[in-house]
Design a protein around this ligand. Structure first.
Ligand code: ATP
Ligand code: MG
Length: 237
């Protein structure tokens, strides 16, 4: 059984957007979700995280159908989203932003402190800026904080929407490397990307087009040059 099994997922806003998406992600994998603007990537990860209710289809996480459950129930079970656009609380300090990431688990101070220390190990720059208002961090630091906040809830499945957007190639690489470490530490990751610089870290590649999944591949299949040219856009390196 895969950790995440999505079958025939249909989601709409005013109009249908996801038109029957199916894919699986195995425990311990890093899956990268590619696709052009408007393909439905954000809609997919937002639905997995419980922010949108599907019209139809199943989302099995650890064997249970979680489709339509709200984030307040999913975060404690280990599903955590880093949303598009690094939404930190600008007036709050780095430390308080992180604190907010752990509240849904109703954990104790000591466990939160351990989590925070782990986040600081991944992102030492955040430790140096603990008391700084999040709104005054650089774009890259805000992205680190946004990932760090999601890690505070001790996710089993971490969904990251566009981690590298607006970052320099060097900083994007740093973020990918840290995500890779987080994955090595046992967290299954789905990362939405338009930057092929993430490919070396991917165990599985998923490609969406116009609300459907047009490719799901592992290993050598990922290197298919034709797909790179057609759907992945240009490398930011
Ligand atoms: N809140 C909304 N209300 C109505 N339509 C929406 C809403 N959010 C997204 N859509 C539409 O759904 C489609 C898929 O959007 P989505 O944000 O999932 O794409 P995406 O693949 O994440 O794109 P991008 O790469 O630009 O972030 C688009 O056509 C978009 O206009
Ligand atoms: Mg998006």
């Amino acid at each position: 059984m895969a950790l995440l099994e999505i079958e025939d997922l249909h989601v709409s806003y005013d109009n249908p957007v996801l038109l029957g998406v199916s894919f699986e992600v195995e425990q311990g994998e890093t899956a990268v979700l590619f696709g052009l603007n408007g393909a439905g990537k954000t809609t997919t990860v937002s639905t997995i995280a419980g922010l949108l209710k599907p019209d139809k289809g199943t989302i099995r996480f650890n064997g249970d159908n979680i489709a339509g459950r709200p984030p307040s129930r999913l975060v404690p079970r280990g599903v955590s989203l880093v949303p598009e656009g690094r939404r930190v609380f600008p007036a709050l300090s780095v430390a308080n932003n992180l604190r907010l990431g752990s509240w849904t688990r109703r954990t104790h101070g000591k466990e939160n402190e351990e989590r925070r220390n782990l986040v600081f190990e991944y992102f030492p720059r955040l430790a140096e800026r603990m008391d700084q208002a999040a709104g005054t961090l650089s774009g890259g630091e805000q992205q680190m904080l946004s990932i760090g906040r999601a890690l505070m809830s001790k996710p089993k499945l971490l969904l990251i929407d566009e981690a590298s957007l607006g970052l320099s190639p060097a900083l994007a690489k740093t973020v990918f490397q840290v995500v890779n470490r987080i994955n090595d530490d046992g967290v299954t990751v789905i990362i939405v990307e338009q930057n092929v610089g993430v490919l070396p870290y991917a165990d599985r590649v998923l490609i969406m087009e116009k609300g459907t999944l047009i490719f799901s591949g592992v290993g050598d299949e990922i290197q298919n040059a034709n797909l790179r040219e057609s759907y992945l856009g240009k490398a930011a390196e």
